[in-house]
Design a protein around this ligand. Structure first.
Ligand SMILES: Cc1cc2nc3c(=O)[nH]c(=O)nc-3n(C[C@H](O)[C@H](O)[C@H](O)COP(=O)(O)O)c2cc1C
Length: 331
């Protein structure tokens, strides 16, 4: 069980905010496979605060996907508060504040991970947002801007202040901002923070790909939950495995080609409802690359699927590579 404010989740695995990926389709699949909560990709507060933007179905939560969280990015407390309110009004169930993004263009504008250098700004944003919404408010952090003492102190200050002010959860990708995705994830630090701030819901992140290891990390660090990020792209089955492993059951067998095809096609149909058909095929390619990882002839399958230029081509390629007469069968 995982408690985030007034939300009680049955299992401690959340689908991460994933810019460019965690749209309605990926979120819906995550829920179907057993993630009790999913997040939108990060939205710039300035845009999300604009009423026109939330009229676009790509930015609104759908009725059949609750609970779902929205994540916002910005450095101006008033704009962040306006965005949070607009997103809550649009139907999102949680507001997550991004103080973690390491993208250079984000850092240059003093947003995301940059704000780990400014604990006061972080807390001003948090307080303003808290004042205007009734839903849970959470923060996504990294473990500091860099590995200097000053960065560490700033990070600790934020964790301390946020805990004092009853933040509903802290999600921490346990690397510094400058490390981006390189180097080891500091699970010991997460364990230490949970130990020191026992009453604060702590959710860990970083290199979570394999169900057994994920459950081990969760238990060893005694944290409240984890977010599944890259490990869930093209792999919604991970949630079924996690649910099994958590209860001491063996992880289910990997999906058969037929099961993979079913999910790929379901995912693609949802994408087609969001984007126009030509854009849908192009947009879906990045997911196909991930889905193909489970295919026994990964390279060949990927090449064939990515060569599809329209919906019909793609359906034919999926049938050929995942159907009864794909090239592997009969060998
Ligand atoms: C393509 C991509 C997009 C991401 N987008 C976001 C985002 O919008 N907001 C956010 O807080 N983190 C974002 N992240 C970070 C993830 O949520 C997660 O913290 C990070 O990938 C570490 O987890 P992993 O190693 O298990 O993937 C993104 C990561 C990737 C790879």
């Amino acid at each position: 069980m995982l408690k985030i404010g007034n939300l009680i989740l049955s299992v401690p695995f959340i689908q991460a905010p994933l810019s460019g990926y965690s749209d309605y389709a990926m979120r819906r699949l995550g829920l179907d496979f057993g993630a009790p909560l999913t997040f939108s990709g990060v939205m710039l507060a300035k845009s999300a605060a604009h009423p026109k933007v939330l009229r676009n179905p790509a930015f609104r939560p759908h009725d059949d996907e609750h609970p779902v969280g929205a994540q916002i990015l910005g450095n101006d407390p008033a704009t962040m508060a306006r965005a949070a309110r607009a997103l809550q009004d649009a139907g999102y169930d949680i507001i997550d504040l991004n103080f973690a993004c390491p993208a250079p263009k984000v850092l240059r504008r003093r947003r995301g991970g940059y704000l780990l250098k400014e604990p006061e700004t972080v807390m001003q944003i948090y307080s303003r947002v808290r004042e205007v919404v009734t839903c849970p408010v959470t923060m996504k952090l990294r473990t500091g801007f860099d590995s200097s003492r000053e960065s560490y102190d700033n990070f600790y200050q934020i964790v301390f202040d946020a805990s004092q002010q009853n933040v509903d959860a802290l999600t921490i990708h346990a690397r510094t901002v400058v490390k981006k995705f390189a180097g080891a994830v500091d699970w010991d630090l997460l364990a230490e923070i949970k130990h020191r701030f026992e009453g604060t819901t702590l959710i860990g992140s970083g290199d979570l790909f394999e169900p057994q290891t994920i459950v081990q990390r969760l238990k060893a660090a005694k944290i409240d939950g984890v977010i599944i990020a890259r490990g869930a792209i093209g792999n919604p089955w991970i949630y079924k495995s996690l649910n099994a492993v958590l209860t001491g059951m063996p992880a289910p067998a990997p999906p058969t080609l037929a099961e993979q095809a079913e999910v790929i096609l379901k995912h693609f149909e949802m994408i087609c409802q969001i984007y126009d058909p030509i854009k849908a095929v192009r947009y879906f390619r990045k997911f196909l690359v991930h889905y193909c990882r489970l295919h026994p002839m990964r390279k060949q399958a990927q090449k064939a699927l990515l060569a599809a230029n329209d919906r019909t081509d793609l359906l034919i390629a999926v049938k050929r590579w995942y159907g009864n007469n794909h090239p592997l069968r009969g060998k």
